[in-house]
Design a protein around this ligand. Structure first.
Ligand SMILES: Cc1cc2nc3c(=O)[nH]c(=O)nc-3n(C[C@H](O)[C@H](O)[C@H](O)COP(=O)(O)O)c2cc1C
Length: 213
């Protein structure tokens, strides 16, 4: 069924989408209050939370990261904000490489620990009992306990100076085939996360070019 104005039967909202029996159409227009713009992260941060591993000479490190965005499919580009105050910043800027690792909720406490400690002071692989596995395309290690690991090379550093925004190209992706939908962490600020959950599909309403196959 295509979205659009009601043609036959059923109660629909102003956009033509069907309402469930007894559903109040006004519930789709919840009342709003003014909200601090500095906290819109609570609604916009997409997650999932990742752990970024890096290496330079004998040093290796991990940081937790929520500020990332897919930018392009081919080449596979991912933009990331990495604050210059992080020990990882120097390792990644100088090595021009990293691995973006996807933890599941099984690693929640480690994700928090990694994001609240500095690699300048400790080896986080040892401290948090994580296993470093050699990558194939970069010197930064994969984290074996994570569901997926994406080997990345710095693609464009034009925005690093001004915004700490690194654009990486994913060179190789390692993904556990199961579970198909791992339970991931999505940060909403102030020490709280929401978890990935139910799956809904509207595939039939998508233009073919927006779908994978
Ligand atoms: C849930 C969470 C999300 C975070 N997201 C980011 C982020 O997107 N960018 C960033 O620069 N730091 C982020 N941090 C902070 C770094 O992970 C933190 O400063 C860490 O201690 C850096 O480690 P390092 O100094 O060893 O590199 C986040 C921390 C947490 C706990």
């Amino acid at each position: 069924m295509k979205p659009g104005p009601a043609k036959t039967g059923g109660v629909r909202d102003p956009f033509g989408f069907p309402l469930r029996p007894g559903e109040d159409p006004m519930a789709r227009q919840p009342a709003k209050v003014d909200f601090p713009v500095s906290q819109v992260r609570r609604y916009l941060e997409p997650g999932p939370i990742v752990m970024v591993s890096s290496a330079l000479a004998e040093r290796r490190n991990i940081m937790t990261m929520g500020w990332h965005t897919v930018m392009e499919f081919t080449p596979s580009l991912v933009g990331c904000v990495i604050a210059s105050s992080n020990f990882s910043f120097g390792l990644i800027r100088r090595s021009r490489e990293c691995v973006i690792n996807l933890p599941t909720t099984a690693l929640t406490d480690i994700v928090v620990g990694v994001g609240n400690t500095s690699g300048a002071e400790i080896d986080k692989f040892a401290r948090f009992g994580l296993t470093a596995v050699p990558a194939t395309r970069v010197k930064a290690p994969l984290i074996a306990e994570c569901h997926a690991s994406f080997e990345c090379r710095l693609f464009d550093d034009a925005l690093v100076e001004r915004y700490n925004f690194f654009i990486f190209e994913v060179l190789k992706a390692h993904v556990a085939p199961s579970p198909k939908r791992p339970e991931t962490l999505h940060y909403t600020g102030d020490g709280e996360f929401v978890l990935s959950g139910k799956v809904i599909s509207r595939r039939r309403w998508f233009r073919p070019e927006l779908l994978d196959s």
